[in-house]
Design a protein around this ligand. Structure first.
Ligand SMILES: NC(=O)c1ccc[n+]([C@@H]2O[C@H](COP(=O)([O-])OP(=O)(O)OC[C@H]3O[C@@H](n4cnc5c(N)ncnc54)[C@H](O)[C@@H]3O)[C@@H](O)[C@H]2O)c1
Length: 382
């Protein structure tokens, strides 16, 4: 496959580039370094220093003999994207190139506008560029489980059959997010569903839960191939944050009661899922949706796991319940279905004690670089 990976410098993008390249696919990685710049602006850069994309691609090539093409530019700039599509005519486009943080989208009006423009225009441009160059190209878009919110009914895999006044039809499962960022992901889905119906695009939407972890098989080759790793409130995902907090002796910041339940996934499984989706493409005119999580936990359960592993390893770990800066249900029903990816071959890596110890060990190598001031800044939802 010829694979265009948009958002290639990011937490998921760079490991995905290596994952496909390792399996002998032709990879083109694209990024505009938004995430690096936002990290500098907000003083919350990656704990692990990462060379820029061109340098990482060079290191990868020296170690494996495999080439990853790098293109630096903005996907919201349509002429740039269109020229890439014409130059490479990819079989698959993997769309990670979005502003991915709920707190970032809630900081102020300027960041809200940026999130809406960046996420919706990038998605719109990709739909147009695929139509202009090759309607058969498979688009894999990374959505989020947060789009569904926390409804009081079971969450199905993307679709819901509804019987109303004696008639039946199939609709997108109702979506009701609890941040502006998540709302843009709903709007992305709607945009793509419209173009699937209208132009016959071929789309897979992967509704992913918060990802944790650092290493993938490919990054074992060299420390410089590790992905970015954030532990701050804006860009860090919850388990990654808790591990760093435990090592830094900073009480684990559980928002409110901590009974919020979410579905989680190991970064190694994100690689598998995206790869399986690419290898088993959606049909033309199909919007195929998978819920991309492997297990669910409450925030209290995650905090307890991190605390117990930390104590075993000799860290003094405390848990602090702080006033919830977000507007979200703290006690709710949560029962998502997530069998579709298992059916096409996903072999999950679950959150075991061994996985947690491994995470503690990697992060402890960078302990001196932890900036505790960036851990909590209290971005409020209202
Ligand atoms: N990490 C998670 O836990 C998680 C969970 C669910 C969904 N997702 C989704 O997965 C995708 C990737 O997430 P991530 O954690 O790797 O985020 P990330 O910020 O690390 O990666 C996104 C990359 O896209 C780039 N980018 C953003 N806008 C761009 C543009 N207009 N043009 C070119 N490049 C652009 C950024 O510079 C960044 O390198 C996002 O769409 C996110 O919403 C992530």
């Amino acid at each position: 496959m010829k694979v265009l990976i948009l958002g290639a410098d990011g937490y998921l993008g760079w490991p995905t580039c290596m994952y496909f390249s390792q399996r002998n696919h032709e990879v083109i990685g694209v990024d505009n370094y938004f995430r690096r710049q936002a990290g500098m602006e907000l003083d919350c850069e990656s704990l692990i220093p990462t060379p820029n994309l061109n340098r990482r691609a060079k290191i990868w090539q020296e170690l494996t003999g495999k080439k990853i093409d790098i293109q630096i530019g903005d996907v919201t700039h349509y002429p740039f994207l269109l020229s890439l599509m014409r130059q490479y005519t990819p079989d698959v486009v993997i769309h990670y190139a979005e502003q991915p943080s709920a707190p970032y989208s809630m900081i102020d009006h300027e960041k809200a506008v940026f999130t809406v423009q960046n996420n919706l225009i990038s998605t719109l441009n990709i739909a147009y560029a695929i139509k202009a160059v090759n309607l058969d190209c498979h688009l894999i878009k990374i959505g989020t489980m947060g789009e569904y919110g926390t409804p009081d009914i079971d969450i199905e895999e993307g679709w819901l059959e509804i019987e109303h006044k004696g008639r039946k039809d199939r609709f997108l499962f109702p979506r009701q997010a609890s941040s502006l960022y998540h709302t843009t992901k709903i709007q992305d889905t709607d945009l793509l569903w419209f173009y699937v119906r209208t132009w016959g695009l071929r789309v897979t939407d992967l509704m992913q839960g918060p990802v944790y972890g650092i290493k993938t098989e490919e990054s074992e080759l060299d420390e410089n191939l590790l992905t970015i790793f954030n532990y701050d409130e804006v860009f860090g995902t919850v388990l990654n944050r808790f591990i760093v907090q435990a090592i830094a002796g900073y009480p684990l910041t559980v928002f409110g009661k901590g009974e919020q339940i979410r579905g989680f996934i190991n970064i190694k499984d994100t690689m598998q899922c995206v790869y399986l989706a690419a290898a088993n493409p959606a049909a033309s005119g199909e919007l195929r949706i998978f819920n991309q999580v492997t297990e669910t936990f409450s925030i209290n359960q995650l905090a307890d796991k991190v605390k117990n592993t930390g104590l075993t390893l000799g860290y003094n770990v405390e848990i602090a319940h702080i006033e919830n800066p977000r507007v979200e249900k703290e006690k709710h029903y949560y029962n998502p279905t997530y069998t579709g990816l298992l059916e096409i071959g996903l072999e999950p890596h679950y959150l075991t004690e061994e996985v947690l110890i491994d995470l503690f060990n990697i992060v402890s190598n960078y302990q001196n670089a932890i900036n505790v001031d960036t851990i909590f800044r209290g971005v409020k939802w209202n």
